[in-house]
Design a protein around this ligand. Structure first.
Ligand code: EPU
Length: 428
């Protein structure tokens, strides 16, 4: 097992380049299941979830080559007769994005079997949107334990209203609809930029999709799709995490390769809190100023404030002068990480889906656990500002979504180490 050891209170200075977005790379890798032609994906973040998806595609019968020097993934899915209709349970239970294999396989084979997907433990994570949509398109869905078995003679395009604008659900229905017969209309679709990136890729494959970026997507099914050569969009959550690292450490960092629009909700809150933000094309400069003001944040669907940055902004607000409020409106149990921040000295009270943060509180290093991916990000940020040494255990969660976080931070001057340890010694 490994842990991060952070010696805090060093202002970060310098620049980092944003990696490709995990939550765009994963659905696009799944899109390769829709064709037997070669699919080339550039700017792929080398995070654990991407390796898991690569392995999942291999187990479904695809040839997958991950070039970890060039950050490139090449996938070639087999002919239908060789495509496996059973999503491997051990991998499916590791991440939510595993369920994105079901839409393409159902569309190509007329059958698929997959367990309920795993992922970070941040509340209920149903797949009702996917299941109801596939049923509306003609699939018969049966549940055996936690395994969905879906069969369809043919998927037929339908007008579908999503009960909830599920991010993964929208992607899954989109993937299936590209090869369905006729027109599928997805109303109340999620509008996250990662979905637009998937649509750009699908369009290159020959899919006919309109309404990109809106909550009303129209897909005209086609007979077959071709390959793609696509560059994954920059990771707005990774970029945002480094932006907050600059602000909380009272440093100055330029984050290269961002999309300014994607950063709007964070830019707005950082400025409201008193940090300096300057945007120049794809460069995002953040300077932490002396005094931070408290703010109120509510997480919402894009272009609202992203839930994936909620933990990080909350950590910043432990250093603001007064009472800040965080309302988590996307997931029903995404405030658990506050217990770890409290161990470092933060004053945070949680009532329902709202965290009340009383700042500024000096944070003091101790041993904490990354409970999930974004909890891990929050703890790194806390460690950067804490007095003394912060040890973060269970960092495998962080490896799911942040590539080379250690070298990125060290490059900015942080004193961070990654060390192996014996679990027995840790509990002693
Ligand atoms: N929901 C429903 N019904 C459904 C599906 C979801 O009510 O059928 C509810 C869930 O209970 C949850 C909310 O909708 O409260 C959000 O779920 P959604 O399906 O929209 O999100 P997701 O697909 O599970 C993706 C990202 C998350 C990100 C959210 C919101 C991937 C692989 N995951 O999750 O990323 O937080 O969208 O943008 O794309 C992360 O990267 O740390 C992460 C958790």
């Amino acid at each position: 097992m490994e842990k991060f050891i952070i010696e805090g209170q060093v202002p970060l200075r310098g620049s980092v380049r944003t990696n490709g977005a995990k939550n765009a790379a994963l659905p696009i890798m799944a899109a390769a299941l829709l064709t037997t032609e070669e699919c080339v994906l550039e700017n792929v973040p080398l995070v654990r979830d991407v390796w898991t998806m690569a392995e999942l595609l291999r187990r479904l019968g695809c040839q997958v080559f991950v070039d970890d020097i060039r950050h490139r993934v090449v996938v070639r899915a087999p002919e239908s007769t060789q495509l496996n209709a059973i999503v491997p349970a051990d991998l499916a239970r590791q991440m939510r994005a595993s369920f994105l294999a079901t839409g393409p396989i159902l569309a190509r084979l007329g059958q698929v079997r997959a367990p309920h997907p795993g992922g970070c433990s941040i509340g209920k994570r149903p797949v009702n949107v996917d299941i109801r949509s596939f049923s509306a398109m003609g699939a018969r869905v049966r549940l055996f334990g936690d395994v969905y078995d879906m069969q369809a003679d043919a998927l037929i395009g339908k007008s579908i209203y999503l009960d909830y604008p599920s991010h993964t659900g929208t992607e899954n229905v989109l993937l299936a609809a590209t090869l369905a017969k006729g027109r599928t209309i997805i109303k109340h679709a999620a509008t996250e930029p990662e979905i637009a990136d998937l649509v750009a890729c699908l369009t290159q494959m020959g899919a006919r999709v309109s309404g990109v970026g809106t909550s009303y997507l129209v897909v005209d099914g086609v007979e077959a799709l071709g390959g793609f050569h696509h560059r994954v969009m920059p990771d707005r959550i990774e970029a945002g995490t480094y932006a907050i690292a600059a602000a909380i450490s009272r440093g100055e960092v330029v984050i290269h390769d961002i999309v300014p629009d994607h950063m709007d909700p964070l830019t707005h809150k950082l400025q409201e809190a008193g940090a300096l933000v300057e945007i120049d094309g794809g460069d995002y400069l953040v300077r932490g100023t002396g005094r931070l003001r408290p703010v109120e944040v509510q997480t919402l669907h894009y272009p609202g404030f992203p839930t994936d940055l909620q933990t990080s902004i909350a950590t910043l607000l432990t250093q603001a002068d007064g009472i800040s409020l965080i309302h988590e409106r996307v997931f029903d149990d995404r405030l658990q990480y506050t217990s770890e921040l409290r161990k470092l000295g933060a004053s945070i009270a949680v009532t329902g889906h709202t965290a009340t943060i009383q700042g500024p509180t000096p944070l003091v290093g101790t041993t904490v656990r990354a409970l999930d991916l974004r909890c891990g990000a929050a703890l790194i940020l806390a460690g950067l500002v804490a007095e003394g040494v912060t040890e973060i255990c269970d960092i495998y969660h962080i490896d799911r979504g942040y590539e080379n976080v250690l070298s990125q931070l060290v490059g900015l001057g942080a004193r961070v180490e990654r060390v192996a340890f014996e679990p027995a010694a840790a509990s002693a």
